[in-house]
Design a protein around this ligand. Structure first.
Ligand code: HEM
Length: 457
């Protein structure tokens, strides 16, 4: 018996390599849009790696220290240590600026790819029975990813980020009855207190990434257990071992996990890393030297959250004053409704959707969005709703710089658009697709000529 065989047998008796091989033969449907989830996965990996690098140099403290680094204008100035350490990373640590930018762009691509992945799952009906649990876990991951980005945004403790973080503090303390307690837990008391940055740092580097890692593990475990959905087949498919009936959705046709899908995933990883490296190399991020350290007495003229939180900011800006009310000892503020209740309802509606669009039988083929007028209309309306809310978040730019007027003039229009445009877009979509897209040709089958593989149970 050869040495290699002996080694294999040794490992097999201990680790059951044989069944791992079955796993490696698992089929992955060869659908390009299925790679969006992988892009999100690789962004998370790159975020963790670049975050570890930044963690070696970042100081989560707001105590003042004298600056001694490459930025001339701050030389010798007493400034918060967190701010000083980020200046240090950016201008003095070798590769510091590159890694900081990479971390920043990876965070943006992470949220963007999650959003696109979610839309792909939605429009192809891949959330239907039996995949509802994974949709719900995914909704949690989307919320956590925004939380991770938000807490990271605050860390440099510069003027701009600190002001935007202050908005988060005001929202947190606006929660009736529990507000002060939550403000203590998340922000370490009235913002900005000396405990705020350590608290947000703890959430950003440990609590939220751990929760995302656990959520991802559950997401992947469910995916492996249930297997992917697959696009409908044009006919029976000949694989290396058998003929798979066109209608038989108990067997998945696609690329074997190893080596084919692993090679595709490696390409996706390197493309993701290359895209982020190019962005980090050429596009600057949040220039903290320009904003300066947090100054409790000053307010920067233009405060804006990141694009993926702009819709929440839009709710805050559109909510009328009279939306606040008091019942006995409980005050319900407009901030609470716009910044917490409405976004909470949006996430709850997203999580609940598979239970609204219920199918009694397990469904393993993806749907054609053109053949689902109701669901596609709801999806189009939802995207329009988030877009208009995001535009409302930039109402000052729209009013002052684009239309040359004031926000009080554009706000009523934006409020009407927030309700009207989604309804209109949804109705148009439904009207265009209402005959079930009968004329639409079926999707061509990408796996027809690929190596077949089938699920292992
Ligand atoms: C950290 C964020 C996320 C990561 C890294 C991630 C990753 C993945 C990956 C790699 C897959 C398999 C390939 C694919 O279908 O794209 C997948 C499938 C799936 N994801 Fe996610 N996902 C995330 C968030 C979400 C969100 C926000 C939702 C929906 C609310 C969601 C719902 C699903 C569902 C239902 C499937 C099964 C789809 C099918 O079998 O066709 N995921 N996810």
């Amino acid at each position: 018996m050869s040495r290699a065989r002996q080694l294999y047998d040794w490992a097999d008796t201990r680790l059951d390599v044989e069944s791992a091989q079955n796993f490696l033969g698992k089929a992955f449907p060869a659908e390009d849009s299925f790679l969006l989830g992988e892009v999100a996965l690789f962004c998370f990996l790159l975020l963790v790696l670049s975050g570890v690098f930044l963690g070696f140099f970042f100081e989560p403290s707001t105590s003042d220290v004298a600056y001694d680094g490459s930025v001339q204008e701050y030389q010798g100035e007493e400034m918060p240590e967190a701010f000083v350490s980020v200046l240090h990373i950016t201008y003095d640590v070798p590769f510091g600026m590159f890694i900081r930018r990479l971390h920043h762009w990876a965070a943006h691509l992470f949220v963007a790819s999650i959003g696109l992945h979610m839309l792909r799952v939605f429009f192809t009906g891949s959330y239907r029975n039996p995949r509802e649990p994974n949709w719900v876990v995914g909704t949690g991951l989307a919320a956590l990813s925004m939380g991770a980005a938000y807490t990271g945004y605050a860390l440099p403790f510069d003027e701009f980020a600190a002001t935007a973080t202050g908005i988060g503090y005001n929202l947190t303390v606006s929660v009736p009855l529990l507000g002060d307690f939550l403000g203590q837990v998340v922000f370490g008391g009235e913002f900005p207190s000396s405990a705020t940055i350590p608290r947000l740092y703890f959430l950003h580097v440990l609590v939220i990434p751990s929760a995302i890692a656990v959520g991802l593990a559950v997401h992947m475990a469910i995916l492996i257990r249930q297997k992917h959905t697959e696009a409908p087949r044009e006919g029976d498919v000949e694989t290396a071992t058998e003929t798979v009936d066109q209608e038989d959705d108990s067997v998945i046709v696609g690329l074997p996990a190893f080596p084919n899908q692993a090679a595709v995933s490696a390409v996706v990883f390197f493309l993701t890393a290359a895209t982020l490296s190019s962005l980090a190399g050429f596009l600057p991020v949040h220039n903290i030297a320009e904003y300066g350290p947090n100054d409790p007495a000053g307010t920067p003229s233009l405060i804006m959250p990141d694009w993926f939180l702009m819709w929440v900011y839009g709710f805050l800006k559109l909510l009328p004053q009279w939306a606040s009310f008091t019942v006995g000892p409980v005050h319900v503020s407009g901030e609470f409704i716009g910044g917490i209740v409405l976004p909470g309802l949006v996430f709850a509606a997203v999580a609940a959707w598979p239970f609204v669009d219920r199918v009694p039988e397990p469904t393993h083929f993806t749907a054609d969005p053109l053949e689902r007028p109701r669901q596609t209309a709801v999806g189009v309306a939802a995207v329009a709703f988030i877009m208009i809310a995001s535009i409302a978040g930039m109402n000052n730019i729209l009013a002052e710089q684009v239309l040359g007027t004031t926000t009080s003039v554009v706000n009523p229009w934006l409020s009407a658009a927030l309700l009207g445009v989604p309804l209109l877009y949804g109705a148009i979509t439904y009207y265009l697709l209402r005959d079930g897209g009968a004329d639409t040709p079926p999707e061509s089958l990408p796996t027809g000529t690929s190596q077949g593989g089938e699920s292992d149970d």
